[in-house]
Design a protein around this ligand. Structure first.
Ligand code: SF4
Length: 363
């Protein structure tokens, strides 16, 4: 109970220090440099920090006992002060349609999150959650209806990837921050997680294979672009007019499309194009008015459009027919805007975009 109380106090704080809650250092949450400094404090040579980092992130070990390069004495010393793994696997579901896997993990305080592994011929992509629940309440998203519990620490985001690697043996090639939660409302921990996942001494996921997606938190988009992070940025739009967007994504009242466009236009960031994600819903945002609004928004920016046909899980929203999806893609292409259509994976196990929902909550 004490832990839950402490967690509540931390909801609004960006820097989550797991040690202050569990009493032990959480190694998965630390940069190489941070582990190195810890080793120096312990009177060890700094290279021990790099060794431990590689065991955790390259060999995906979950127990200090298994780090046999360290002396028994040092391992015992560390076991009293640190731990590597805090996630518990509660459930693993595999799609009969396409082999997509969905994992339900329990966090140290009883909150639950979901993570998805998508398998393509040349890519193994993990979709990670960045928050337990989500406060933004987008009307078409199952996570939004859960409400918000708390931000995840960087280590809790990274451990989703490590756990999926351990459980499946897959060599992960891509990461998308598109699971539960709004990544830019947990900015510090999301950037830290991306940096650690990108570290060559660890999982070494290339920066162009890491995508961070936001529902349009404009001041954080500005910060991200100004800081010139090298990861791909995706902005979820899902309407071409402010009117409809305010209905679908309430956060739009605070951050309208015009503001987001202005921010992206004046900030080239690291030079990578921004992807505008557009969840296509039949008879709602697939009208000529909405699509021309989308085209006007994107045209002239270093950006492209990714159309995501809606995965039906609420009766009021439907997937448009295939012919309509192709027509819309063609219309956007003809307007000189780059466009792709993303086929969602794992819709039979509620693992597709907008379907993540944990009905087990403890907070
Ligand atoms: S779409 Fe993303 S931002 Fe919107 S409610 Fe769902 S998880 Fe939150």
């Amino acid at each position: 109970m004490k832990i839950r109380h402490e967690t509540k106090k931390l909801l609004s704080i960006e820097y989550i220090k797991i040690k202050s809650i569990t009493g032990k250092e959480y190694f998965t949450d630390l940069y190489q440099d941070e582990i190195r400094s810890l080793m120096e404090e312990a009177g060890e040579k700094p290279f021990r920090g790099r060794q431990i980092f590689s065991w955790i992130h390259k060999k995906t070990t979950e127990s200090i006992e298994d780090i046999t390069e360290l002396s028994e004495e040092l391992r015992n010393w560390l076991k009293e002060r640190a731990e590597i793994s805090l996630l518990k696997v509660v459930k693993r579901t595999i799609s009969k349609l396409d082999g997509t896997q969905k994992f339900l993990f329990e966090l140290y305080d009883g909150n639950m999150i979901e993570t998805v592994l998508m398998l393509n011929q040349d890519r193994k992509t993990v979709c990670v959650s960045s928050q337990a629940g989500c406060a933004l309440n987008c009307t078409f998203c199952a996570t939004g209806s859960m409400g918000f519990s708390r931000n995840l620490a960087a280590g809790e985001i990274i451990e989703q990837v490590l756990a999926v690697t351990r459980l499946t043996g897959a060599r992960i090639s891509n990461i998308v921050f598109m699971g539960m939660g709004e990544p830019f409302l947990n900015y510090h921990n999301v950037i830290k997680a991306a940096n650690i996942l990108n570290d060559q001494k660890g999982l070494d996921i290339g920066a162009r294979h890491i995508t961070i997606s936001t529902a349009g938190i404009n001041d954080k988009i500005e910060q991200y672009l100004t800081e010139k992070h090298k990861y791909k940025l995706a902005v979820s739009i899902s309407a071409g007019t402010e009117n409809l967007r305010r209905k679908l994504m309430p956060i739009s009242r605070k951050y309208p499309l015009t503001k987001i466009r202005k921010t992206i236009r004046k900030n080239p960031g690291s030079g990578k194009p921004v992807t505008f994600e557009y969840v296509l819903m039949d008879g709602l945002n697939d009208t000529p008015e909405e699509i021309s609004g989308l085209i006007s928004l994107v045209r002239g920016l270093n950006a492209k459009v990714n159309l995501i046909p809606y995965n039906s899980h609420y009766k009021e929203f439907k997937t448009p027919p295939e012919t309509r999806i192709s027509e819309i893609a063609q219309m956007i292409h003809n307007a000189g805007v780059k466009v792709t259509v993303r086929r969602s994976s794992g819709s039979d196990i509620q693992a597709a975009c907008g379907q993540l929902y944990s009905d087990v909550k403890y907070s």
